[in-house]
Write a new protein. Structure first.
Length: 300
């Protein structure tokens, strides 16, 4: 079986992306072969493309999450069948027509869930759950740059735990954040003063999705002295107090979000969908930033 895989042989803007055809080896034990229907694009994918993050040798492939249909299983596999609709985290890359992933990564896709939603869940959902697990017992949380995929679901998951959320984003995303349940304000000059008007008492914790110095300084000024000031932006920070949080894959955490979406207790926004043939356009859009919700590649 062949797979068409998105790769880059050099670092740069989206014009370095190309597709190659690769004959897949025999399926290994413990793995499932998936015909991909949708795969989310995360900022880390675009930043790896430019060379800001160099996690693997060139040429490199992309993508961490997927939704699709099981096309092949090892003999004797229990609990899964060829033709099952699934979603989950990948195994090296997911921006390809066919991928092999560990059986332990698979989550059953709810029947009524759209493919674009299912394919964009795993990364942001597990990151948001990791953040809450790392922050522990808190009652207030400041989120910088909260309108993206992680911030959108983090707001909702925090509210499940009765955590008050104050979130920053651009002017055009203020109503969106409020619809998610956060108290919202714009970033820019006067941010600390605006935050203190919304939350007079110091925050228990903050997490930065944007990686700006403004976000760092605002958190240091408004989070209590023994509170956690965290970032998931993966950028250099100016204070030793800022702690990086990295996603921990946990299928149980992902299942929690999938169940919440299936019952309507949680919502998920896909702001942009691109056919796989337009992957360059998709990556350029993600690299531009200021996205709302998730961006997704759709496969025929």
């Amino acid at each position: 079986m062949e797979s068409v895989i998105l790769v880059a042989a050099q670092y740069g803007q989206s014009d370095v992306l190309q597709t190659i055809r690769n004959t897949l080896p025999p399926l290994a034990p413990g793995m499932a072969r998936i015909s991909v229907k949708a795969a989310g694009i995360n900022p880390i994918d675009a930043r790896r493309m430019t060379g800001e993050f160099k996690h693997s040798a060139l040429p490199q492939a992309f993508g961490t999450e997927f939704a699709g249909v099981i096309s092949e299983l090892p003999p004797g596999t229990q609990g899964w069948a060829i033709g099952d609709d699934v979603l989950g985290s990948g195994n090296g890359f997911t921006h390809a027509t066919v991928i092999d992933v560990p059986l332990s990564n698979l989550i059953r896709k709810p029947k009524d869930m759209r493919w674009d939603v299912a394919g964009s869940l795993a990364g942001a959902a597990q990151t948001a759950m990791t953040i809450l697990d790392e922050l522990g017992e808190i009652s207030s949380l400041l989120i910088h740059g909260a309108s993206g995929g992680v911030g959108s679901i983090l707001i909702q998951l925090a509210q499940e735990r009765e955590i008050k959320v104050v979130a920053t984003a651009s002017e055009r995303n203020q109503d969106y954040l409020r619809a998610m349940g956060a108290s919202a304000t714009v970033y820019g000059p006067g941010l600390v003063e605006r935050l203190r008007l919304i939350q007079p008492q110091p925050f228990d914790a903050s997490v930065d999705m944007s990686g700006t110095e403004e976000a760092t300084l605002a958190s240091l000024a408004t989070v209590k002295a023994d509170g956690i000031v965290a970032t998931i932006a993966g950028k250099p920070v100016s204070s030793p107090r800022v702690q990086a949080i990295w996603v921990k894959r946990n299928p149980k955490n992902l299942q929690h979000v999938v169940d919440g979406l299936a019952t309507g207790q949680l919502t998920w926004e896909v702001s942009q969908s691109f056919p796989f043939s337009k992957a360059r356009d998709a990556y350029a859009a993600v690299l531009g930033g200021h996205t709302r919700g998730k961006s997704v590649l759709i496969f025929d």
